[in-house]
Ligand binder design. Structure first.
Ligand code: 57M
Length: 359
């Protein structure tokens, strides 16, 4: 909005020229998202309490979680509201990539909200059926993948970190690949969101890394110098990433141990889909495995645990999956597990940025 309102006035007031810069507007989006959630967060938490939207905690979980029963959940709805507000304020609203990422994020948020609401209404932690949730996720991701693929000049080549010269042309299969990345990252963040601050911390890290990659991918000179795919118009997605990072930081203020609010599936599914779709647009899909390494590790721990559990007739690889519960069962205090996962996430984020030079 501000870009359209104020930049044209730069001939009258030179200072408004700053609104043309994506870097300035991305920082504006970070600050706006953060301030909106920080200032209005307490009122929103009171609102959730008034509506009695409290967490239903499963009996088969770690005993330390039983005291979390009733903590307000669906805080992710507020994160998404702040992301939307901040993006609309700071982004160039003629950018089709911004509308695509925002629309997909809100679609996954809607799927999560229905799941959360059914869990709360039915007072059980089942919610939407797994098949139902997956169907609507795949539907949204397929539409987004098809829209992207149909964009004039969209490049369906796959880029591999560290190997600049290697890229496969997936052709139509790119849509399937995009669905895999978006739905995979959405569910990986969802599985990770099981301890106070555990999912939102790595989301801040991943969103920050993809803010940088969006800016570089959309920059003709820098992308050429760094030998990464040039995606004209991808730079505006950095503003969306800024809104995501700022809003997530604001949410972390209330979600850190002991959490005053949980994000709910409305938050975790949406944030995961947002990261997956940004990875697709910037053509840094494989990089998401490094940047989102915590999410990947959590998802793999579940796949291994459930697979081995079924094959071995009930034996476990980990004390409990996802991985964060394994350390809780080993006696680590919750904050210790969370901060150590954050440390790993930050190191992986830095490693992801380092791939720009290691080619
Ligand atoms: C998403 N949801 C949390 C909260 C959050 C296949 C199986 C591995 C699936 C998995 C599962 O059910 N995952 C669902 C994780 C839940 O958090 C809610 O869900 C939203 C995110 N989707 O926003 O609303 C609980 O997590 C805790 N929590 C916090 N702080 C937070 O900031 O403490 C969440 C956010 C909340 C709260 O206690 O109630 C969750 O864990 O369900 N299942 C599991 O993760 C279960 N693992 C399991 O069954 N493992 C077995 C299988 C794999 C064979 C095994 O290892 O033997 C664990 N989760 C629970 N109970 N709740 C263990 C059992």
């Amino acid at each position: 909005m501000l870009y359209h309102l104020l930049y044209p006035l730069h001939s009258v007031f030179g200072g408004f020229n700053v609104f043309r810069y994506i870097t300035f507007r991305s920082i504006g989006a970070i600050i706006t998202g953060f301030v909106v959630v920080l200032v209005l967060g307490p009122a929103f938490i009171r609102f959730l309490k008034r509506l009695q939207i409290g967490q239903v905690v499963r009996e088969d979980g770690p005993e330390t979680h039983f005291s979390k029963e009733g903590i307000p959940t669906m805080g992710g709805a507020f994160i998404l509201a702040a992301i939307t507000f901040s993006t609309l304020i700071w982004a160039d609203l003629t950018s089709r990539y911004v509308w695509l990422v925002l629309g997909l994020t809100l679609w996954f948020g809607l799927v999560g909200a229905v799941d959360d609401y059914r869990k709360i209404k039915k007072k059980n932690s089942k919610g939407l059926s797994a098949k139902g949730k997956l169907f609507f996720q795949i539907l949204g991701a397929t539409v987004a993948g098809a829209i992207l693929f149909s964009h004039h000049g969209f490049d369906s080549h796959l880029t591999i970190p560290f190997f600049k010269q290697v890229n496969f042309d997936l052709g139509w299969f790119y849509i399937l690949f995009a669905v895999l990345v978006i739905v995979g990252s959405s569910n990986a963040v969802n599985l990770t969101d099981g301890l106070d601050g555990l999912a939102i911390g790595p989301t801040v890290v991943s969103g920050s890394v993809y803010l940088v990659f969006s800016y570089l991918a959309g920059h003709a000179v820098l992308s050429s110098y760094l030998q990464i795919p040039f995606v004209p118009g991808a730079g505006e997605v950095a503003v969306f990433c800024g809104a995501l990072v700022g809003s997530s930081l604001g949410f972390l203020w209330f979600n850190t141990f002991p959490a005053q609010v949980f994000m709910g599936d409305v938050g975790s599914l949406a944030l995961g889909a947002a990261l997956g779709s940004v990875a697709i647009i910037t053509k840094q899909e494989i990089l998401l495995i490094i940047v989102g390494g915590i999410f990947v590790m959590e998802a793999i721990s579940v796949i291994l645990q459930v697979g081995f559990f079924k094959m071995s007739g009930g034996k476990r690889i980990f004390l409990m999956a996802p991985f964060h519960h394994h350390f809780e069962k080993k006696g680590w205090e919750e904050p210790k597990v969370v901060v150590r996962f954050w440390i790993i996430s930050i190191v992986l984020g830095l490693a992801a940025i380092a791939t720009l030079k290691l080619r």
